[in-house]
Design a protein around this ligand. Structure first.
Ligand code: DLL
Length: 432
């Protein structure tokens, strides 16, 4: 099922023509109304009228998060403040906040793209959608809420927190769809089990999970435990919020809505565009946004992109599950380690739970890495020798794959702090 057949299955040539028209339009708009962009375009020696083909995209300047910080709060807005209907903010915990603005048209487009995502995950108007993404400046809650409302679902705006109460609501109101971060989904499941509620026995059938990186192994674990079909939804506040991309029932990459977002994969070091299928940083240009459209925004998210059509009938390009963010990459004694690579390993071992934390520190001049992972109740009550064998086995696997010596510490169940939104997977105590 497609929500918007005409646009979602548009032949690629037509899609490209539409993208070019919209790219020319957004360039004209930002050049005329955003002094920051006028300056950037002038510095790059390009005028909106010079954009004659999609090939010209690479001549346009990049936008990075720091540009949004430097122009806080309204310096990147392209319409008068009277036309802004809503503000959201990015979730960054450090540095100057970043705000983004939506006109009523932007909110309508957002709801429409979120509806596309929900339908791609198998959600129908008859569904009961329990939204446990945070409501507020974070885009997760309101973004999914508006899309599910537009689709005609019954929406439960639970937000994050009060986990026990939420579990009761999921059961009592008959939620069929759960939308939250994958780590919070696991936490909800765990609290449900503690309270004698098994999600497998409930009508729940679809998960719309995202907002943080997670591995395919984690998806399988969640699907097994909850008895649902879990989808991976991607988005970022700077560009829109949740709903930029999602995987369809084929689970073969995330469709990114190319009639609204022009995507490139670049080499994060050189800034050059990479050939189709190569891994690099996703760069997105807003084609239709009015409030605060961004040109060539560097997401820092690492992925690959392919344009080959999908079996589901959608013609929009697919990006792969994210390998991580370039700023999340840990460099341990010169070796690059992504937290998701560790997650992948942990999820394959039996007796472990998906609750883990990577603690990086420095002793003298040497980096140290400790992987803390909670074991299941069952394993915890097993013989010490079994725990030791598992610990050593994991240490050896990490050493074999990355070449770095790591301490693996198996933890008592429930000893690692749970989060209600995006999980903290890494604590880096090294002096900066
Ligand atoms: O996290 C928007 C969102 C909410 C997406 C709910 C999906 C569901 P920000 O707080 O601005 O916006 O954070 C955006 O989160 O650049 C990625 O690094 C990461 N991220 C979001 N979704 C995924 C995903 C929301 N499915 C940043 N896989 C992005 C991996 C993700 N990383």
């Amino acid at each position: 099922m497609l929500y918007d057949i005409k646009n979602e299955s548009m032949p690629r040539e037509e899609l490209k023509a539409l993208q070019l028209k919209r790219l020319q339009d957004v360039c004209r708009r930002v050049y005329a109304t955003v002094p920051f962009y006028r300056k950037r375009f002038d510095e790059a020696g390009i005028k909106p009228a010079d954009v004659r083909s999609l090939e010209d995209l690479k001549r346009l300047p990049f936008t990075v998060k720091q540009d949004l910080r430097s122009n806080y709060p309204f310096g990147t807005f392209a319409v008068p403040r009277d036309n802004i209907a809503r503000i959201h903010a990015s979730s960054g915990t450090t540095g100057q906040a970043v705000v983004v603005g939506y006109t009523q048209y932007d909110l309508d487009v957002w709801a429409q793209l979120m509806s596309r995502c929900l339908v791609a995950s198998g959600v129908k108007p008859q569904d009961v959608v329990h939204v446990a993404y945070g409501y507020g400046l974070f885009t997760g809650g309101l973004g999914v809420h508006d899309g599910a409302t537009k689709l005609g679902c019954m929406v439960v705006p639970a937000s994050g927190g009060s986990t026990r109460r939420q579990v009761g609501l999921i059961r009592d109101l008959g939620a069929t769809v759960l939308a939250c971060t994958p780590s919070y989904a696991m936490h909800l499941w765990e609290v449900a089990m503690e309270n004698g509620i098994n999600f497998r026995d409930l009508p729940l059938r679809v998960g719309v999970f995202g907002g943080e990186p997670w591995t395919d192994a984690m998806r399988q674990t969640i699907e097994d435990k909850m008895g649902i079909d879990a989808h991976n939804i991607y988005g970022l506040s700077e560009i829109m919020g949740p709903g930029c991309a999602i995987d369809c029932s084929e689970h073969d990459g995330l469709h990114v809505w190319e009639d609204h977002f022009l995507c490139e994969i670049i080499d994060p070091q050189t800034g050059e565009q990479l050939p189709e299928g190569e891994q690099g940083e996703l760069v997105i240009t807003n084609l239709t946004k009015q409030g605060s459209p961004l040109i060539r925004y560097r997401t820092r998210d690492l992925t690959t992109m392919v344009t080959e059509p999908c079996r589901c009938g959608r013609t929009h390009a697919r990006i792969s599950r994210f390998a991580g963010r370039s700023d999340d990459m840990l460099i341990i004694r010169g070796v690059n380690v992504f937290p998701q690579q560790i997650e992948e390993l942990l999820m394959k071992a039996s007796g472990l739970t998906p609750n883990y934390l990577i603690v990086v520190d420095r002793q003298g001049s040497l980096d140290t890495m400790e992987v803390q992972v909670e074991v299941t109740d069952q394993l915890f009550h097993d013989q010490i020798s079994r725990l030791q064998v598992l610990e050593r086995g994991l240490q050896k696997q990490i050493k074999d794959i990355f070449g770095v010596t790591t301490k693996v510490r198996l933890m008592e169940p429930h000893s690692i702090e749970r989060s209600v939104g995006k999980a903290t997977r890494v604590i880096d105590k090294r002096p900066k």
